[in-house]
Design a protein around this ligand. Structure first.
Ligand SMILES: Nc1ncnc2c1ncn2[C@@H]1O[C@H](COP(=O)(O)OP(=O)(O)OP(=O)(O)O)[C@@H](O)[C@H]1O
Length: 297
């Protein structure tokens, strides 16, 4: 069962477009949405939340059209842009946000206010970036949503609260069997948290895979430069070379490198490695062409 499904969704903006987007967010899991700056993560989330009109295709939320406004009751949306509320205090915001939700839980609201150490009577415009993010999180969680959508929730947070936020999400998953969709370009946040990853780059989905599939299929191979030639370079998704040797991303069974055995090092790729190498390859016309143009420092 999927909480969200994008079917052939297209959105064209000046100088940027997302064409034929097909992704799913499975229910009861944490899905990480990764991609470098300007890849289309926020655009995708805005389309899902019906804040941005789609040009073509269809988006299903809980099996219904995403245009159904009532579905917002079931979603906790966390973003760091509270500009609309700059002149308000948290108490003032609550006075008109709480009545909008049938499932508003005042006890939970008070618990998170204390936990996040937020002032109730100070204007939002006097909040730091981290306090704004905590405020957004507070309002998102207080109505007990079954689906939490977070756009770059850890950006601007200090390392301590960032860690606490990630622990809180993990706790929510265990306790409530939540569905969480989390966009970030800080991939290390997801290495230990996410069950599924969707990777977007320049408006295109590079892959959607489970974390297990990723761990089992992507490797970073390192070795001396003389171990690779133009043919072997074609095996890799992206290569980085310098005078110490090469490192490259490989997708598949690394046993094929056994014949050169101890001369190379094979490591499981992190999400950061994958994003780094895959976007390197994309910026060239193909792996072989890319290899021809490698600069040796
Ligand atoms: N209101 C807008 N009108 C036109 N183009 C826009 C608008 N907002 C964003 N864009 C463009 O859409 C592209 C994707 O931006 P988007 O914010 O979706 O990326 P992102 O992956 O969320 O990036 P980041 O990690 O930097 O937040 C960018 O090229 C951006 O310039």
């Amino acid at each position: 069962m999927n909480t969200v499904e994008f079917h052939h969704v297209t959105k064209r903006r000046k100088g940027f477009s997302i064409e034929d987007l097909n992704i799913t967010i499975p229910r009861g899991f944490i899905t990480g949405f990764i991609g470098p700056n300007g890849s289309g993560k926020t655009t995708t989330i805005q389309m899902m939340m019906n804040l941005l009109k789609i040009d073509e295709g269809e988006i299903k939320l809980f099996g219904n059209t995403h245009k159904n406004q009532h579905l917002k009751q079931r979603i906790g949306f966390v973003y760091d842009d509270l500009f609309m509320y700059e002149d308000f205090t948290i108490n003032h915001m609550k006075s008109f946000i709480a009545p909008l939700y049938e499932t508003w839980n005042e006890d939970l609201f008070q618990r998170y206010v204390t936990e996040f150490e937020l002032p109730l009577k100070k204007k939002i415009k006097k909040f730091s970036k981290g306090m704004k993010m905590k405020t957004s999180l507070l309002f998102a969680l207080a109505h007990e949503p079954e689906f939490i959508v977070m756009d770059e929730p850890t950006a601007g947070l200090d390392p301590i609260f960032r860690r606490e936020l990630l622990d809180l999400l993990q706790e929510l998953m265990v306790r409530e069997n939540q569905t969480i969709f989390l966009s970030t370009h800080i991939t290390t946040d997801l290495d230990r948290l996410a069950d599924h990853i969707i990777f977007i780059y320049k408006g295109k989905i590079m892959f959607q895979k489970s974390m297990e599939q990723i761990k089992d299929s992507f490797y970073v191979i390192k070795g001396r430069s003389d171990l690779i030639d133009t043919d072997t370079k074609d095996l890799f998704i992206g290569i980085q070379e310098n005078n110490l040797g090469f490192s490259a991303l490989f997708e598949g069974d690394p046993a094929i490198f056994d014949p050169i055995g101890k001369d190379i090092v094979t490591e499981r790729a992190t999400l950061e490695d994958i994003m780094f190498f895959m976007t390197r390859k994309e910026s060239s016309t193909g792996a072989a062409d890319f290899a021809e143009g490698i600069e040796i420092n």
